[in-house]
Structure formats: C-alpha cells, structure tokens
Design a protein around this ligand. Structure first.
Ligand SMILES: *Cc1c(COP(=O)(O)O)cnc(C)c1O
Length: 396
C-alpha cells in the first residue's frame, strides 16, 4: 500500500517533510547550559498562537488527554463543582476524566451536533448563588461532530451571571488551524496537543494557563506529580525540564511555529476555511447532511457526515482504506456506523483535499450509495477555482 496518500482522519495529521526532517535530530544533553536556547523561545512563540500576553505556556510529554488531566489536577480539588456541556465524544471523555478525579460534575446534555450552550451556562451560573461552581469546561472544536463553539459567547454568559468560575477550553483540534483568542475570550486554561494543527508527531501536550489559573495551583489539592505545573514552571524558568524533555518534538515545534508564522496565522485560518468549505460543498452535492446543526457551528478542521439510512459508515471507511489506501475518521460514540468524518486540518492543500473527496466518492459508489460519481469533486473544484489564492505555502 502506498504511504504517499494523505490521511483524512482529524488527527494525528499529515506531517510536512520539512517538519519530519526538523524532528530527525540526534540526542543532545538537556542539562547542557545551552539547552535553554532550544527550549525557551518555544514558549514565547506558542503564546502568540494562543494569543495570550499574560498566560503561561506549559508543555508535557503526553497526548492531549494528558493536557486535560494537567489542567484539572493543578487547579481543582476533589469535590469541586465543575459545569460542562456534553455534545460529543470529546466533551464526554473530558467529563469522564473529571469524574475519575472525584470532581462534582454538573452535566448539561445537549444534542450531538449542537455547540456550547452559552444561554444554559448563564442560567446554571446565575442559579449558583453560593458560587460553588469552580470551572466551566468547553470543547472549542468537538472533533466527533465537527462543531465549533463560540467561546466569546460563553465568556459573556459567565460575565453576565457575574460568576467567578474559571473557563477551561479544549482547543486540541482548533489551535493553529482556527482562530483562538485566549486573552480576549478570558480563557483560564487552554489545552492543545502537537499532533493536529501543529502537524507533528503525538507526544507534546500544550497547556496555556492564565494568571488566575496559576494562582489556583496553590490551593488545588488533586493529586499530581508528573503533571505538576509548579515543578514544570520552576524548571522552565531555569531553562530546563523537571524530567527528560521530548527533545525531537521541541525541535519540531520550532519548525512548526516558523512554518505557521511564515504562512501567517490569518492565512492559515483562511486556508482551513477554504478547504472546509470545499468539503461542505461536496457533501451538499452528494445530498448528504453534516452532523453540525447550523452554519455558525461548522468546524473548519473536521466535517462529520451522516451516511444515508440503510448504510453503515464503518463499512465505508473500511472499504476506502482497503480498496484505496486512504483513511477517513469513523463515527464516534453515538454516531458509530452512522457517520464518517473528513479531517481537513494541518498540512493540506486544495489538491490533497480534492483527492480525499474523490476517494470517498469512489468508495461510496462501490457500495451503491445514491450519489453521482464526480458530483462532490466538481462542487469542490468550482469553489476552489473561484476562491484560489495560490500562495507560497500552498506551493511549498
Ligand atoms: C484529539 C483530541 C483530544 C486529545 O486526544 P489525545 O488522543 O489524547 O491527543 C482532545 N480533545 C479533542 C477535541 C481532540 O480532538
């Protein structure tokens, strides 16, 4: 099977050769006096991606789930009340993590395909007259459903309820692909990972913590050791890591940040929007439906697409893999068998996305889906032709 085909799962994402090469470095001593020259610039550059001036960036050798655990255990204590809406597999898994840390999780169950319910958050917070709720948890981009939530609206709801809870945001599948504004949106803890928008191997959890969140570590009593913010911040201040750092990923992160800044963050977001819109045009040409309930919720990094009644989406993704050597995301949780996902984030161009649309179309036709071969491709081609702005990043 060819390993040249792009991958269309929503993470880990395709790695540009340039970033793979940047990670291919020999071991060097992380206790050497010049290690800080490698480590420290990474934090300042990551702050630009989170759009924070006052927050601290903290990294751990872990996947995004480790970032969730770090955010929770450093800032909360067992029994603390947290408010969270469940509208997909990732918000569900974050709830599970909180429950296993013995937090008192107040869950608002929403339809999968909807986004963070700012109005309901406001009601729950306003009703909490004793201010028992310590945190509001939001998944910015629900990767299971292809839904992007409005974080500014959640912050407004919290302010309108005059509630002091902190705002925790999972931006694992949005950061570095869609706009994220930590300071402007009043986010206290933001959690990301290296393997999605940053186009690197899995293995670096990236957390940004506001001053308020860093201060909360002093009274938070959830057990933590590996993920301790203070240990990490103290070591980082001296130019080091409290244990062995993921050296190759740190080199990769430098290259990734340079690549993102070279293209320009706004251009990166615009490219993701265009790629996503082409996919959405294809879905509509097939006569199929997105899981996301309305255009304001459409994610620019992943689309979850319901297959017609009577078809099994797992058969479709398996067939695309077996027959054509291309991976698409499966339906997760409640959506298993009913939807497949096209990941369109990271290192992708129009041409690559067109190949994905063409491939899933072939797989659908093979399985007798009621679609016309080429219809989705043509819809996306039309859109890409109209909106083409070939820049050096696309050509590179
Ligand atoms: C990928 C992802 C995660 C983290 O998953 P890991 O496999 O632990 O890296 C968390 N939240 C969302 C929304 C994600 O897409």
């Amino acid at each position: 099977m060819s390993n040249q085909n792009p991958i269309f799962i929503p993470g880990p994402t395709n790695m540009p050769d340039e970033l793979r090469a940047a990670m291919n470095v020999q071991t060097s001593d992380h206790r050497a006096p010049d290690f800080q020259e490698i480590l420290l610039p990474m934090f300042d550059n990551l702050k630009k991606v989170f759009k924070t001036q006052t927050g601290r960036v903290i990294t751990f050798p872990a996947s995004g789930t480790g970032g969730w655990e770090a955010a929770i255990t450093n800032t909360l204590s067992p029994g603390d009340k947290v408010l969270v809406a469940r509208y997909g597999m990732f918000s569900h898994r974050w709830i599970d993590l909180c429950q296993r840390h013995n937090l008192d999780v107040q869950i608002i169950d929403c339809a999968w395909g909807s986004g963070a319910p700012a109005d309901l958050f406001e009601q729950h917070l306003a009703a909490d007259s004793e201010k028992k709720i310590k945190a509001v948890l939001v998944t910015h981009n629900e990767t299971a459903t292809g839904v992007k939530s409005d974080i500014a609206a959640v912050r407004q709801a919290m302010d309108a309820a005059q509630h002091p809870a902190m705002l925790y945001v999972d931006c694992v599948s949005s950061l570095a692909s869609m706009d994220f504004r930590m300071d402007e949106w009043g986010v206290d803890l933001a959690v990301a990972g290296s393997q999605k928008g940053f186009m690197l191997t899995t293995g670096m959890a990236i957390v940004a913590a506001s001053e308020k969140a860093v201060a909360a570590t002093e009274s938070a009593t959830c057990p933590r050791c590996f993920f301790d913010f203070s240990d990490m911040l103290n070591a980082n201040e001296k130019g080091g890591y409290p244990y062995t750092p993921p050296l190759q990923l740190i080199h990769g992160m430098h290259a990734s940040l340079h690549r993102l800044f070279d293209e320009g963050l706004d251009a990166v977001f615009a490219r993701h929007h265009r790629l996503a819109e082409g996919v959405r045009r294809a879905v509509s040409a097939w006569g199929m439906n997105l899981c996301a309930q309305q255009p304001a919720l459409y994610s620019d990094t992943v689309s979850a697409i319901y297959v017609p009644a009577g078809f099994n989406s797992d058969e479709l993704t398996n067939h695309a893999y077996n027959a054509y050597g291309v991976s698409f995301g499966v339906g997760l949780g409640n959506m298993s068998g009913q939807a497949f996902r096209i990941g369109h984030l990271g290192s992708l161009t129009d041409v690559m996305v067109l190949s994905g649309i063409a491939t899933i179309e072939m797989a659908m036709k093979d399985l007798d889906y009621p679609i016309e071969l080429g219809s989705g491709v043509a819809a996306a081609q039309d859109y890409y032709r109209q909106s083409a702005t070939l820049n050096k990043q696309q050509a590179a």
